[in-house]
Design a protein around this ligand. Structure first.
Ligand code: ADP
Ligand code: MG
Length: 220
């Protein structure tokens, strides 16, 4: 059995078939890019795998968990313990400094914040944003904010790192840096990395590229 098994998954919003029978598997520790036109269902698939929503039909199994049969509390625990999300638009809370933003998942999950804090310092040194930890998000550039976002997503060492157009609002130099960082950190942590992108310079950095069209995976 693969780490992630998506079987005949459909997601229907009112009458819109966002996913139209997706069959795909992802292996533990591997790295994937998903490409496809806008509206093809990429974000919807990522959100279902990350337990942010449930499908209308079919099954998603992640490491032995049947996601659509889990209740809201179990899904919240699954997200906190196993999944790191990185979105195009950073969801850093504006009223907290960057370190507090990074520590938020640990606090919510009642985890050891001392450990998270030391790993935040270590990672921010590696990513060149140590000087940002005491600053508020609005004081940072887009590239710096995205690096803080990455550190937060990795703070609990998730086995699954889901990125939705993570470099969508970065210039090509920062986009390249962020993609390389995501790949090397996921490899270091042994996490499965799934990155949705429509940028060829991002997907070119992945060996495994899946294409979505009209709510289906059409090639892999
Ligand atoms: P992509 O990320 O590839 O651009 P999405 O997964 O966001 O595509 O959307 C796929 C389709 O589902 C689109 O037609 C979109 O309008 C529709 N859709 C996505 N989310 C919702 C929602 N919450 N309510 C209604 N329609 C939605
Ligand atoms: Mg999308």
């Amino acid at each position: 059995m693969a780490f992630i098994e998506v079987n005949r998954v459909k997601k229907i919003f009112n009458k819109v078939h966002a996913l139209n029978g997706v069959d795909v598997t992802f292996e533990l520790g591997e790295q994937y890019a998903i490409k496809g036109a806008s509206g093809s269902g990429k974000s919807t698939l990522l959100y279902l795998i990350g337990g942010l929503d449930r499908g209308s039909v079919g099954k998603i199994n992640v490491g032995g968990r049947d996601l659509f049969s889990m209740n809201d509390d179990s899904l919240a625990l699954y997200r906190n313990n196993f999944v790191g999300f990185i979105f195009q638009f950073h969801f850093l809370l504006p009223s907290m400094n960057c370190l507090d933003n990074i520590l938020l998942p640990s606090k919510i999950g009642n985890k050891d914040t001392k450990l998270a804090e030391s790993s935040a310092h270590e990672l921010s040194k590696t990513l060149g944003v140590e000087h940002c930890l005491k600053k508020f998000p609005f004081e940072l550039s887009g590239g710096e904010q995205q690096r803080i976002n990455i550190i937060r997503a990795l703070s609990l060492r998730p086995k699954l790192l889901l990125c939705d157009e993570p470099t969508g609002n970065l210039d090509s130099e920062n986009s390249n840096i962020v993609t390389k960082l995501l790949k090397s950190l996921a490899a270091e942590f042994g996490a499965t990395l799934i990155t949705v992108t429509h940028d060829n310079s991002v997907s070119d950095q992945f060996e495994k590229v899946l294409i979505m069209k009209d709510g289906c995976i059409v090639s892999k």
